[in-house]
Design a protein around this ligand. Structure first.
Ligand SMILES: [Zn+2]
Length: 435
């Protein structure tokens, strides 16, 4: 990181997008002591603060950093690992025979586990470090990262990223899960990075038994850890939770050599199961939220948790589309995540947003998507008191981007949402320092 200037600094740009206020043309932001002091037009701020150093970004757009609220950065080299895996022992998931789309999802999990099994700690740490770098270069300032390889924790130490590292737990054996929680507990004595905090990720309702789910959530309560759980992602998950049947029971449990306990299926939707048991708490993250009905959405709303949408991953795995318009109407807090490079083509939230605008055509306005990608993510990770918007008192965390063709102000938000790879991130500042 480049050290922040000590003198008051006025950052000028063609457009400034505060997120919680309309875009400002010929905008500027006065930063003092690494905090946003004022946001307004360049002319008014320059006249009021002639002492300030001016940094002029020219034909650029200045806005808060992206927040990738759900990703698995340790899988950033997945494509290389998959390509190097022996074809005899590994098959990429085939497109399923209609109508059983649930097979693709479970085949993908098994494929991921098989590829991942051959990867050593050094390769994994390099992959995680690369994912952290790729995130920063895509204008991402905070992540909600799912973390499995506890020995690779040093990779986070030097990263300026904000956010939360969710240590993942799964399994059906209480003694194995107990050991895992003890190891996580030891790790949680120190934060994973200078601006990162710990969280816990109970993987999913179907990879934890009722007993191990109890263990994990009791541990989260004891340690005051925010939780992130893959929830209501696929039809296969719903089949399993409703009836204890389907591809998860038949293939996943067989492959993992897990025994199906008599009480494995609660006989209701995945969301209902968690909400009835009082698992989800305000501030927790429900990731995906695709296979939900109106009652599920109302229950999610009541919990106060955020739903993290990962549309490119959902499209890749053919699991369906989250009901975005219904979520927005119900007032469920939404955020965006890229998921991992095992099911998505990049770690860029810009790309995620551009895909979402197209895939969910008309379900949300450009300003909604921009909010999900910034402030919504910051709220989901519990860091919205410091970043996610450009306003007085917030830390000076922002990105500067350019477009090949600069739009007029009225078309700015829509152009940003639809641009994806055409957006060039030229600068990223976190807490006043260039990352
Ligand atoms: Zn995930």
């Amino acid at each position: 990181m480049t050290a922040s200037p000590r003198r008051p600094t006025l950052y000028r740009c063609r457009f400034l997008l505060p997120i919680t206020a309309p875009p400002i043309e010929d905008g500027a932001m006065l930063v003092e002591a690494d905090r946003v002091n004022l946001v307004g037009t360049y002319n008014e701020l320059a006249a009021a603060h002639p002492e300030a150093v001016v940094v002029d970004f020219g034909e650029s757009i200045l806005l808060p950093p992206m927040v990738n609220a759900h990703t698995h950065l340790e899988l950033s080299h997945f494509a290389d690992w998959a390509a190097a895996a022996k074809p005899k022992t590994l098959q990429a998931p085939k497109t399923p025979q209609a109508p059983d789309v649930s097979q693709k999802f479970v085949d993908w999990i098994l494929w991921l586990v098989r590829v991942r099994r051959n990867i050593g700690e050094v390769e994994l740490q390099a992959s995680l470090a690369d994912g952290l770098r790729k995130s920063l270069s895509a204008g991402t300032g905070a992540v909600g990262d799912i973390f499995t390889t506890l020995s690779a924790v040093n990779a986070y130490q030097s990263s300026p990223l904000r956010g939360r590292i969710f240590a993942e737990v799964l399994g059906q054996d209480p003694s194995v899960v107990g050991d895992r929680l003890a190891a996580i507990g030891a790790l949680c004595l120190h934060p994973p990075g200078a601006d990162l905090n710990w969280g816990l990720s109970p993987h999913a309702p179907y990879t934890l038994s009722p007993a191990t789910m109890n263990q994990v959530f009791a541990f989260a309560d004891l340690k005051s850890l925010q939780c992130s759980i893959h929830l209501a992602e696929s039809k296969a998950e719903t089949d399993f939770m409703q009836n204890g049947t389907g591809m998860i029971a038949d293939k996943l449990f067989a492959a993992a050599r897990w025994k199906l306990s008599a009480n494995a299926a609660p006989g209701c939707s995945p969301v209902s199961a968690l909400c009835r048991q009082g698992r989800l708490r305000p501030g927790d993250l429900a990731v995906h939220g695709v296979q939900v009905d109106a009652a599920d959405i109302e229950q999610l709303k009541q919990t106060g948790c955020s739903v993290v949408l990962c549309p490119r991953s959902n499209a890749t795995l053919d699991v369906g589309k989250a009901p975005v318009a219904t979520y927005l109407n119900a007032g469920v807090p939404l955020a965006l995540g890229t998921d991992s490079l095992a099911s998505s083509s990049s770690l860029s939230v810009w790309d995620e947003m551009a895909f979402a605008m197209d895939w969910f055509a008309g379900e949300a306005e450009p300003c909604d998507w921009l909010e999900m990608a910034t402030l919504g993510g910051a709220k989901a990770l519990g860091i919205h008191d410091r970043m996610g918007q450009l306003a007085t008192g917030y830390e000076a965390s922002f990105q500067v981007v350019t477009l090949a063709d600069m739009p007029v102000v009225d078309e700015l938000e829509e152009t940003l949402c639809t641009s994806g790879r055409d957006v060039e991130v030229t600068h990223l500042y976190l807490g006043g320092c260039q990352a």
